[in-house]
Design a protein around this ligand. Sequence first.
Ligand SMILES: Nc1ncnc2c1ncn2[C@@H]1O[C@H](COP(=O)(O)OP(=O)(O)OP(=O)(O)O)[C@@H](O)[C@H]1O
Length: 253
Amino acid sequence: MKIETRAWPVIDVQGLSKRFTLHLQGGRRLDVLENVSLQVHAGECVALVGASGRGKSTLLKCLYGNYGCEDDGRAGARVAVRVDGNAPRYLDLARATPQEVLALRRSTVSYVSQFLRAVPRVPALDVVAERLLEGLVLGDAADVDDPRYDEHVENARARAAALLERLRVPRALWTLAPSTFSGGEQQRVNIARGFVKPTPVLLLDEPTASLDAANREVVVDLIRQARERGAAIVGIFHDEDVRDRVATRTLTL
Ligand SMILES: Nc1ncnc2c1ncn2[C@@H]1O[C@H](COP(=O)(O)OP(=O)(O)OP(=O)(O)O)[C@@H](O)[C@H]1O
């Protein structure tokens, strides 16, 4: 489904601040983000730039709901959870319940983190396919009885396989759990998981960091295609060549 470009932003951050309180260090306070504003429309890719430690990854984690945002009643971050129809419906991340954040991740926001959090014993193919299975749980006794189970799992695995193929993950690895994979192989499984579902929002934390030139090209293509289908993308790309080719603008933190 192509998302129409509209006047309103899919991601709308207004005056966001984020501080950490280090309880084990006498309650020291780290002010990481100060009054950050960012609007991202469908089809845009905003690259976060700035020196190490300026809070680029922290901003992505706020948008993914990993980190709470400060809520002083005026500032905040919101993500449009309904992007069709005439008016967007936003989820305010400062006030969202854990269930709302989980639903947002299922339907709206995909996140490629720097490192894959590999679940022991789950094969690479299913790490990717799971993202497409909505509420179904692979192998769960109750779900196996669901009449849609076989068809859903087959479709999800076929789409996961196509993406792993495109990302050149050797077929012999698909049935193995990624915990023993090389850094680049793990990152490609991570990328496949992040891209397999065409969500309206994509958050990318150095998606090409441990990739060789050929795989970097595949990821550049995936990002451009996501933009073309209307995804709103925020990413960190230390490789300037990649950044220049995928980003529509930059935000300096
Ligand atoms: N959970 C946390 N608890 C305490 N401090 C944190 C936490 N997460 C991040 N920080 C601090 O926030 C600051 C910003 O970190 P962040 O990872 O967002 O920076 P960055 O701009 O992405 O850096 P880099 O380019 O090096 O990856 C750092 O000083 C970091 O130590």
